[in-house]
Every structure is written in structure tokens, then in C-alpha cells.
Design a protein around this ligand. Structure first.
Ligand code: 6GU
Length: 255
């Protein structure tokens, strides 16, 4: 997969050199390019923002640097054998993800969907956001998706991109050593994960639940499933409401 990130703070994205995602890059599973939006300005001050039409607080990102940055990415994108004037079929277009508290909410299902794409481009806005015409214009060559991490406000898209690239990157084939861990984890089955314990079996007066020491795999699986349901009902009742009744077994329903 190829990922491009455009930001006025490219240093923010340095964390993507670390850990699992950094290794995926070095292994060639993920090609990640970070671009400085100011490299696409033409004035002495490298200006990327201006005051909003209609008034109001804060500044808005100017459209032209964004268009030049996105065009330079398209120029180097997988258009092998295609003439520049040819329309790009919808399915083969890069996806332009615009982090914004006004976007659709990012979740595990969207992470899986984006992990199946060939090319993602993240446009990190700052201030009050990017001139809306950039998104309209970009829809001619990208599938444009404004995406939010949740109902709170960050100062810019960079931290959201770190979260999304990590969530997406770990789903790429070969990135996580044991793919089984992707199937068992939180949200894969619509429930939160069960609690986990390691040695020692008694620690500061607290015992590991006895069933986990029993060696009885059926009882352990039942205990874990019950804990998932209990936790999810307590912390995320919205997830219980959203469960497909067919996903519940007989013992679940009794609980
Ligand atoms: Cl994706 N961007 C910004 N600026 N704020 C957010 C967000 C994204 N998600 C939640 N708050």
C-alpha cells in the first residue's frame, strides 16, 4: 500500500518510523511519504492560511497550495499506461482522507475498508479547516472522505492521522506476525476484549480468576465470552444495541 500525508507539521509524522509501522515501511509492505504543504506555496512567507469569508474566528487554509500538493502526488501515483487526460475509474482512485471533527466516525470496519485500498492520501488541516472548494475539486480525481476520530476537537489532523495509519497499517498482510490476533481483538466481533492476566498467579493479595488455571478450554472460552458481554454492557451499551442477534449464542442470551 502507498500512503501520502500532507501537513504543515511533517515532523509530527516522524512517529511512523517506529515500532510495527516503521518495520512495515522498512520491509516494503507500506510506502509512506510525508509532504510539507508549505513547499507548495509561492510567496516569501510561505502562506497557507487566510481570513474566512463571512467573518468569524480563526483562519482557513488557502486552496491553491492544497491543489498543487495533491496534483504533485497524483503525478507520481499509479497511473501506469494511463494518459493524463483519461478519466480514472471510481474504484481505482486514490482515497483522500480529510481528518475533521465534521467527518464520519473512524472505526474498525472503516480501517478494514481502507486497508484494502492501493493508495491513501491524508490531508491534514489546521486552523478552522481547508477551503471547501478543495474537497469539491479533489472529488474529480480522488474518493474524498472526511473522517473524524470521535466527538472532541483536536488542533489539527496530524494526531488523527497517526491513529488512523496505525489502525490501517497493522491490518496489511504481513504487518502483524500472527494474523489470528487480528481476529480475536476488541471490536472484531463487535464486543470489547476480555480481561487478561499473567504471572504471578497471586500478586499483592489478588488472585488470577481460578478458571484460567483450570486447563478446561471450554470453561475458559465461556468465562471469557461472559466477561466480554459484561464489560461491553457496562462500558459501551451502544455496542450491545448494535449487535446482530444472530451473533449471540444460547448462553449469551441467558446471561
Ligand atoms: Cl480527525 N481532526 C480534528 N482536527 N479534530 C478531531 C478529529 C479529527 N477527530 C476528532 N477530533
Amino acid at each position: 500500500m502507498r500512503i501520502d500525508v500532507v501537513s504543515i507539521f511533517p515532523e509530527y509524522l516522524a512517529a511512523l518510523d517506529l515500532s510495527l509501522i516503521g518495520k512495515a515501511r522498512r520491509d516494503g509492505l507500506l510506502q509512506l511519504n510525508v509532504h510539507d504543504l508549505r513547499d507548495f506555496t509561492a510567496d516569501r512567507h510561505r502562506t497557507v492560511d487566510d481570513t474566512p469569508y463571512g467573518g468569524g474566528a480563526g483562519m482557513v487554509m488557502k486552496p491553491e497550495p492544497w491543489a498543487l500538493a495533491l496534483e504533485s502526488i497524483l503525478d507520481t501515483a499509479g497511473s501506469a499506461g494511463r494518459e493524463a487526460a483519461d478519466p480514472v475509474p471510481e474504484a481505482g482512485r486514490p482515497v483522500l482522507i480529510v481528518p475533521s471533527p465534521a467527518g464520519e466516525v473512524f472505526n474498525q470496519a472503516l480501517a478494514w475498508e481502507l486497508a484494502e485500498q492501493d493508495h491513501l492520501v491524508f490531508a491534514c488541516g489546521r486552523y478552522e479547516g481547508i477551503d471547501e472548494r478543495v474537497l469539491e475539486w479533489a472529488a474529480g480525481s480522488f474518493t474524498v472522505r472526511p473522517v473524524s476520530l470521535g466527538d472532541y476537537v483536536l488542533n489539527g489532523g496530524e494526531v488523527a492521522v497517526l491513529a488512523m495509519v496505525e489502525a490501517i497499517g497493522r491490518l496489511l498482510p504481513g504487518v502483524v506476525g500472527n494474523p489470528e490476533s487480528l481476529v480475536e481483538e476488541s471490536h472484531a466481533d463487535g464486543l470489547l476484549e476480555y480481561p487478561v492476566y499473567t504471572k504471578p498467579s497471586e500478586w499483592r493479595g489478588r488472585d488470577v480468576p481460578n478458571v484460567l488455571l483450570s486447563g478446561n478450554h471450554a470453561r475458559i472460552a465461556r468465562y471469557r465470552r461472559d466477561e466480554q458481554l459484561r464489560r461491553t454492557a457496562a462500558r459501551r451499551p451502544d455496542l450491545i444495541e448494535a449487535l446482530d442477534p444472530a451473533a449471540l449464542d444460547k448462553a449469551d442470551k441467558a446471561a
